[in-house]
Write a protein that binds this ligand. Structure first.
Ligand SMILES: Nc1ncnc2c1ncn2[C@@H]1O[C@H](COP(=O)(O)OP(=O)(O)OP(=O)(O)O)[C@@H](O)[C@H]1O
Ligand SMILES: [Mg+2]
Length: 211
């Protein structure tokens, strides 16, 4: 893996603020003079956009393993086509969701074997894992109250499913305390934004010691 760039992912349950906070982070980093690539998973490649429609915007009934493999396939394309080249150029890559989403949703939420899924997902992307993962933690009900729009396929799953997703994410963070930073996302957007900025700026300064 490239040792030049810096790979940051933003994770968390529905409505935790991943998209709005990653957008704000990108703006801050650009202002500070960093070259930044902002991507989302699934998405940000032609395959990713097709898969996003298939996986989130249809009501297709998919086998859980097929669903997980499609998410992973989209990610392989994203890593090879966008993330790895950007890191090789020394960019900061900010990615809205990544591997941990598959483990949290299809593993902890959907009941697939977590260790198997984690191994499979990491090997498919040749271990191109984030240096830093911001986990926006929020109670399930609070996140859902923020979502006004029509719910997508994942969002229509049961409350129990989403509670397993949330606690799964927290388990992942406990397992890899150096990679994860858990942030209380139930506060105001401004408070969350400030904390993310502080954490990221501090990590970028210490970057040399990550490798
Ligand atoms: N801290 C906050 N307090 C109140 N509302 C918020 C906060 N952060 C985001 N929102 C609002 O909640 C909604 C969801 O935010 P956003 O799309 O950023 O979350 P997300 O984690 O990307 O959601 P999804 O899981 O659906 O992709 C938006 O309408 C956003 O404006
Ligand atoms: Mg989003």
């Amino acid at each position: 893996m490239s040792v030049r760039g810096c790979f940051i992912t933003v994770e968390g349950p529905e409505g935790s603020g991943k998209s709005s906070q990653s957008r704000a982070l990108v703006r801050t980093l650009k202002r500070a003079g960093y070259q930044v690539a902002w991507v989302r998973d699934p998405g940000s490649t032609a395959l990713g956009r097709s898969l996003r429609r298939l996986l989130l915007e249809t009501s297709a009934s998919l086998s859980p393993v097929a669903e997980a493999l499609l998410f992973i396939g989209g990610r392989v394309q994203l890593v090879e086509q966008v993330i790895r080249p950007a890191l090789a150029k020394g960019r900061v890559v900010v990615c809205d969701r990544f591997h941990d989403s598959t483990v949290a949703y299809q593993g902890f939420g959907g009941g697939l074997d977590v260790a198997w899924l984690d191994r499979l997902g990491r090997s498919a992307i040749h271990g191109v894992m984030p240096h830093l993962t911001i986990l926006l933690d929020i109670p399930t009900a609070v996140g859902f109250r923020r979502l006004q729009r029509r719910r997508d396929r994942m969002e229509r799953k049961t409350r129990a499913f989403h509670q397993r997703v949330r606690s799964g994410y927290l388990r992942l963070a406990t397992r890899e305390p150096r990679r994860f930073v858990v942030i209380d996302a139930s506060r105001s957007p401004e408070a969350v934004r400030r904390e993310i900025q502080q954490v990221v700026m501090q990590r970028l300064k210490q970057r040399v010691s990550w490798y």
